[in-house]
Design a protein around this ligand. Structure first.
Ligand code: BMA
Length: 316
């Protein structure tokens, strides 16, 4: 039975966390942020696993019911040994986000090296073999996710370049998935709000009749360190640089012990969500950079939540 704490609109699965270190059959430090997809009748999570050296790789977990997962015996994707990827993935591959677009499964992820974090893209048919397509941004950029269809004839992505000391959400376009441009800012941090210091896309955008529903994360720095929460925004279907409305309050805030305490405490961070036929969204999220959890929210409630309150003005 799902549980709801405080005023969070996302209901937590009562047996959270659903995946911890104990479920990973190979030695590692932590398992957290995961891309999620329903592949035939099977739920798949492509999980960020930090290995014993502190470098992130991807491992695959599968489930018939979406609650009980088994993890493959070895990582399915590791930092590349081949250039040009090798130089830019040496410190790990992080935060995979899966998008099904035009018959292919794409995974946008963060390539991390001594040069910083940049976006990379690969594709897969079976979630066992991954074909790298390109390094698709310069540093510093993360939280990239591909839209599930072309917009005005072009592929589109959300991302989070870091500029002027601030991390905001942007949109960029491409004809070939390799060269990206026409970049525009979508939304910025909001002074005085829960998302006042950094924001980034979480799960890939979901198309609804009201606009693109994007679950995003927002960071507020406190005297005890940052707090990562989740919120929602609706973007225009034809021009996703246009914010239609944005939640004034988060949909999920770290409150449970497993969200408060871990390698990085006070973090709920989603890379994947699966929309069920009933309209219920299953959000798979990393908690405290240490385990994977599951939460549920009705998509119409999430859309309503976007319409609550101010849409991005700083609180004076
Ligand atoms: C972000 C990403 C996430 C991580 C979060 C909290 O910058 O690196 O992978 O969950 O920080 O540490």
């Amino acid at each position: 039975m799902p549980t709801r704490l405080g005023r969070d609109i996302v209901e937590r699965w009562h047996k959270n966390p659903i995946i911890t270190l104990e479920n990973v059959p190979f030695p590692c430090n932590t398992v957290f942020n995961a891309g999620a997809v329903k592949y035939g009748d099977t739920y798949l999570l492509l999980m960020r696993v930090e290995d014993m050296a502190g470098r992130s790789v991807f491992a695959l977990a599968r489930s018939e019911d979406g609650y009980h997962f088994s993890v493959d015996p070895r990582p399915v994707m590791e930092p590349s040994k081949d250039e040009p990827f090798r130089s830019y993935e040496r410190r790990g591959i992080e935060d995979p986000r899966i998008t099904y677009c035009e018959g292919e499964y794409y995974v946008m992820y963060t390539a991390y090296s001594r040069y910083g974090a940049r976006l990379a893209l690969c594709k897969t048919k079976d979630f066992q073999n991954y074909e790298r397509i390109g390094l698709i941004s310069e540093p510093e950029n993360k939280d990239g996710c591909l839209f599930p269809r072309r917009i005005n004839g072009r592929y589109a992505r959300l991302d989070r370049p870091y500029g002027g000391g601030i991390g905001n959400i942007w949109v960029s376009y491409s004809d070939d998935l390799i060269n990206w441009g026409n970049s525009q800012v979508v939304m910025t941090t909001r002074g005085g709000f829960w998302d006042s210091d950094r924001i980034g896309a979480s799960a890939p955008p979901i198309e609804t009749e009201h606009g693109w529903l994007e679950i995003y994360h927002g960071v507020k720095n406190t005297s005890a360190g940052p707090i990562y929460r989740m919120g929602t925004v609706l973007l225009d279907l034809d021009d996703p640089s246009k914010v239609l409305c944005r939640s004034a309050v988060p949909i999920l805030t770290p409150r449970e012990y497993y969200e408060r305490v871990g390698d990085v405490g006070n973090v709920v961070f989603a890379c994947g969500a699966i929309l069920e036929d009933s309209g219920r969204l299953r959000i798979y999220y990393g908690a405290a950079d240490t385990c994977i959890c599951l939460g549920f929210a009705d998509i119409n409630l999430l859309i309503e939540r976007c319409k609550l309150g101010p849409d991005g003005e700083d609180i004076e």
